[in-house]
Design a protein around this ligand. Structure first.
Ligand SMILES: C[S@@+](CC[C@H](N)C(=O)[O-])C[C@H]1O[C@@H](n2cnc3c(N)ncnc32)[C@H](O)[C@@H]1O
Length: 261
């Protein structure tokens, strides 16, 4: 067995990287501590992106194994990012990545004590949500636990995922679409950026609500054992409150733990 690779967060200049490597991992660790934490466990990161949190756990918490899966090719960026941000010479042996189909069977990956997912479920195709939860349920060991965090939910102030380019809360629910995309274009550096945000991000977001996701989990064979929501600071405009439940408009983030029922 190779010795643990050297690394250090001291010279990390990328705040987003630091947040995922340290802060996201701290939150995951805090939530999962009552279930025995990460040490010696087999973990699956569902929708791992560039694998920064998976790397953070593998390097800092002595899991037996962390497997990161994602349909995007960015799963292969983990080592280059780690080299640039941490001075990491190679990935630890207990970390593996797989680029998967978005509706892939997960059974070939083995079974896991912990499956976690961070900022993924708002991006899942809506009619696959229950199916993906069932796939996760299928690879979770009987005494395993799933951690799921998702934000921003579609109906919340910044649920369109283009806050930086169009900083008007709930614009996606209150504006006529042609005007919405005109305003989005004005906030973007190029037509390509606006088109990407519209077609590759906004139009692919699902409209799941916090209660809807919790129901989907129960339908997939989970029991919710801990739940936490955060709300937007902004107050929704009265014309939206006439249409939608205020709680649905203000609930931005859903975090929960679920176990097989
Ligand atoms: C906002 S990114 C979050 C990535 C990572 N979890 C993080 O916190 O940096 C959302 C990720 O969900 C992934 N995703 C979308 N559909 C998926 C699916 N069906 N199965 C697994 N991951 C999916 C995307 O490819 C993307 O990497």
């Amino acid at each position: 067995m190779l010795p643990e690779p050297n690394w250090s967060l001291t010279h990390c200049r990328d705040n987003q990287y630091r947040t995922e490597f340290a802060e996201v991992v701290r939150v995951l660790n805090e939530w999962l501590a009552p279930y025995g934490g990460f040490e010696g466990k087999d973990l699956l990161d569902f929708g791992c992106g560039e694998g920064t949190a998976a790397l953070g756990i593998a390097l800092q918490h002595k899991p037996n194994k962390v497997v990161g899966i994602d349909p995007g090719a960015k799963v292969w960026k983990c080592l280059a990012n780690g080299q640039a941000q941490l001075g990491l010479e190679r990935l630890p042996e207990n970390l593996k990545f797989f680029q998967i189909e978005p509706d892939a069977q997960l059974s070939s990956l083995g079974t896991f004590d912990i499956v976690y997912s961070w900022s993924v479920f708002e991006h899942l195709q809506q009619d696959w949500i229950v199916d993906r939860l069932k796939a996760i349920r299928g690879v979770l060991r009987p005494n395993g636990v799933m951690f799921l965090q998702t934000t921003p939910l579609y109906y919340s102030a910044w649920g369109a995922h283009f806050r930086t380019q169009l900083p008007v809360p709930w614009a996606h629910l209150s504006m006529q679409e042609s005007l919405l995309f005109e305003e989005l274009r004005k906030g973007c550096a190029s037509a390509d950026e606006a088109n990407f945000l519209r077609t590759q991000i906004f139009e692919t977001l699902n409209k799941a609500t916090a209660p809807g996701l919790l129901r989907a989990c129960e339908e997939a064979g989970f029991q919710i054992v801990r739940k936490f929501c955060t709300c937007t600071e902004e107050s929704p405009p009265s014309e939206l409150i006439e249409i939608f439940h205020e709680e649905i408009l203000t609930t931005e983030q859903l975090v929960f733990l679920a176990v097989p029922s």
